[in-house]
Design a protein around this ligand. Structure first.
Ligand SMILES: C[S@@+](CC[C@H](N)C(=O)[O-])C[C@H]1O[C@@H](n2cnc3c(N)ncnc32)[C@H](O)[C@@H]1O
Length: 363
């Protein structure tokens, strides 16, 4: 999940689909005039049935929020109609200034699976033929699915005229087993509605066995709160983050971190976090890696990072370094924390979680 090479996590950022001038070509043979646009009539994609995702072609229906449930302080939202599938943990609705977004329909705990979704369109991003491949696959889809895909946001649309290329740039998301270079991306109908935050409360994890993307809550979330993911590596100061989001998704981020008036301390911390994270990979000394891992864990806590993939990375390095240093007190602590983070990021059955289970069990 972590890109050490600081590139956007969402969107297609390859030579084939994202040339140095990132704006997709105006003339695109797969252009669309936005027939349905941002309609609130959404048909969910097919799911490999965890019971927590939306079923294949299940229509999302309007509901109103149930009364009398726990609410987060300050999360009161005007009474809105939600478009949800009955019994699901989230709904899709209009969010002021952001287009559509996803809202929690119930209180969630860290590690809860919010939904799982199979991709509608996959493509290789390291192929010179990437855009042709996407167009070919798109053309082969049923027209209803083409409509659904063309109903997704296009950050590059001009006067409401969307292009397939713009939609892929805006919504394409990597789906590779952890640790592999990103060369396969996909379009998902529901996942694509998650907006960005520089301290997101959700993260996504590719489940290679079931060939589906899973979205996990990273912290406790109250009913009515917006669910968010991070489109970029957030270990950057505000100005860099804002520039990346503007360049790649055409919006100015006003998340809780970006809108802090006193952001100097956060910027300083994130810069340091970025430097230390890079050092984890470049350093050859186990002693140094061990110290960096511990320092990073402290900084993530101070910066209140909700997403646990960064902690998971630090735990993995810390655990390996502790073993190399024969530190049999620290190693199980890293293993224990790593397992907790893996469960929150990836759920029980993921290979990464099993690896951390193994580490924990060896003590
Ligand atoms: C992947 S889409 C997310 C869903 C989108 N809001 C929709 O209506 O389908 C990305 C686009 O959503 C909008 N967006 C995402 N996060 C945002 C944020 N934090 N603030 C404002 N706009 C945001 C931007 O227009 C961006 O190009």
């Amino acid at each position: 999940m972590i890109n050490i090479v600081k590139e956007p996590r969402l969107s297609v950022s390859t030579c084939c689909l994202a040339p140095s001038v990132r704006r997709p070509a105006d003339v695109d043979t797969c252009s669309w005039s936005g027939r349905r646009g941002h309609s609130l009539y959404i048909v969910a994609s097919a799911f490999a049935g965890s019971g927590q995702g939306v079923g294949a072609n299940e229509r999302l229906v309007a509901t109103t929020r149930s009364k009398g449930t726990r609410r987060c302080p300050g999360s009161a939202r005007p009474s809105v109609r939600r478009y949800v599938a009955a019994g699901h943990r989230y709904g899709i609705e209009e969010i002021e200034g952001k287009g559509l977004g996803i809202i929690a329909n119930q209180n969630l705990e860290a590690g809860d699976l919010v939904f799982a979704e199979t991709p509608q369109l996959t493509f290789e991003t390291d192929s010179n033929q990437a855009i042709q491949q996407v167009k070919g696959k798109f053309a082969a889809l049923p027209s209803k699915m083409q409509d659904e895909i063309m109903g997704l946001a296009d950050a590059w649309s001009s006067r409401g005229r969307k292009t397939l290329r713009g939609i892929i740039e805006t919504n394409g998301i990597e789906c590779e087993p952890a640790g592999q270079s990103i060369s396969r991306k996909a379009i998902f109908l529901n996942l694509s509605r998650l907006n960005h935050s520089c301290n997101a409360n959700c993260d996504y994890s590719w489940n290679e066995r079931d060939q589906r993307m899973e979205v996990y809550a990273q912290t406790a979330i109250c009913e009515g709160e917006e669910l968010s993911i991070s489109y970029i590596d957030i270990r950057e100061p505000r100005q860099v983050r804002q520039q990346m989001l503007q360049d790649n998704w055409q919006f100015r981020c006003s998340c809780s971190v970006c809108s802090m008036r006193m952001h100097a301390a956060s910027d300083k911390r994130r810069l340091r976090i970025g430097e230390l994270s890079a050092l984890l990979y470049s350093s050859r000394s186990s002693t140094k890696k061990f110290r960096i891992a511990k320092r990073l864990l402290r900084l993530y806590k101070e910066e209140n990072f909700a997403v646990k993939s960064y902690n998971l990375e630090a735990c993995k390095f810390g655990y390996d370094a502790a073993l190399e240093l024969d530190d049999f007190e620290a190693a199980p602590r890293f293993a224990q924390l790593g397992l907790r983070c893996a469960l929150i990021c990836h759920g029980r059955d993921h290979e990464t979680t099993k690896e951390h289970h193994g580490n924990r069990a060896s003590f």
